[in-house]
Design a protein around this ligand. Structure first.
Ligand code: ZN
Ligand code: ZN
Length: 307
């Protein structure tokens, strides 16, 4: 089945998909996307937050705080991968309105801005993967793709046109604007549950780890790993990243077929997010998980380096 037919069929089901990527044309990276300047002043809180876990030397580390750290990493990672990514960006399954809001709220607690901001930028990444219009292509530098673009004023705003299918829900628009509510609430909750150690290790350390775990997909998953699909971008499959991110490391699979709820296309490609989605489907919360077509799975083959 050609990409066009897939997209046409999906559109007829009322699903918004990324268009095929524009051809790779840019030869001079300095010409790519002008007006990109990292805002040093507004980046300071983000940078300082990385050092907050060091306060554990003062507060000490309790087992309760460590348990919180692990639990909050896992739960919020799944909310980002299963929510922000596979639901809000790609609509790979259906949710009713209340679970949709709950998922968005838990996602915002990861302090990665709002669901509409996140999904709109991610849709642009798929639309323009590794072209001059890709916001975070590692062709423009590893650190730029990992974190630089996030600190850039130019990409601060949510592109509402790219996420019209969700801006019709006022509660999501509110959440997107007030994306600080959930992280602050969670920070206070960690303090009440496990004291200062709960705040420092349970909340701040897990949040920093979660940031960089997520960011690896924009940076490392386009640089290191194996390609099995000849996509027009640099995406790769990387098992270690799949473990760190609950299944997102199968990024070459994902770029080949972003419309599936599953990113590990083979049984051995561990995809924890998909397993969790299956459980929620069994519970009747998640509906219509979209599968990987057999012909897409059969296309996979080991490609020579450089392809
Ligand atoms: Zn990508
Ligand atoms: Zn994606």
């Amino acid at each position: 089945m050609s990409a066009t037919i897939e997209q046409g069929a999906a559109r007829s089901r009322g699903v918004v998909l990324a268009d095929p990527p524009a051809p790779i044309a840019a030869s001079d990276p300095s010409q790519w996307a002008p007006n990109e300047h990292i805002n040093r002043r507004s980046s300071i809180p983000f940078i300082l937050l990385h050092f907050l876990p060091l306060l554990a030397f003062v507060t000490g580390v309790t087992w309760r705080a460590v348990a919180l750290c692990v639990a909050l990493y896992v739960v919020r990672m799944i909310a980002i991968t299963g929510g922000y990514h596979r639901y809000f960006s790609h609509r790979t399954y259906r949710l009713k309105r209340v679970p949709q809001f709950v998922l968005a709220f838990v996602g915002t607690s990861a302090a990665q801005k709002g669901p509409l901001w996140w999904a709109a930028h991610h849709r642009a990444h798929h639309k323009f993967s590794d072209t001059e219009r890709d916001i975070h292509s590692p062709k423009r530098g590893f650190w730029w793709s990992h974190v630089g673009w996030i600190l850039c004023d130019k990409y601060n705003k949510t592109d509402s046109d790219a996420i019209k299918d969700f801006t019709k829900y006022p509660e999501l628009v509110w959440l997107d604007k007030h994306d600080w509510v959930a992280p602050w609430a969670l920070g206070f909750a960690c303090f009440f549950i496990a004291g200062w150690s709960g705040l420092i290790i349970g909340f701040f350390l897990s949040t920093v780890l979660l940031w960089h775990g997520t960011f690896t997909i924009n940076s490392i998953a386009h640089v290191w790993g194996r390609r099995v699909y000849e996509t027009s971008d640099t995406s790769r499959n990387n098992a270690l990243l799949a473990v760190i991110t609950g299944g997102e490391g199968w990024h070459n699979n994902h770029h080949r077929y972003p419309w599936s709820a599953r990113q590990g296309f083979r049984w051995w490609q561990v995809d924890v997010t998909y397993y969790v989605l299956r459980v929620f489907a069994w519970l009747g919360v998640v509906h219509d998980l979209r599968p990987v077509p057999a012909e897409v799975r059969a296309e996979a083959r080991r490609l020579p380096p450089g392809v």
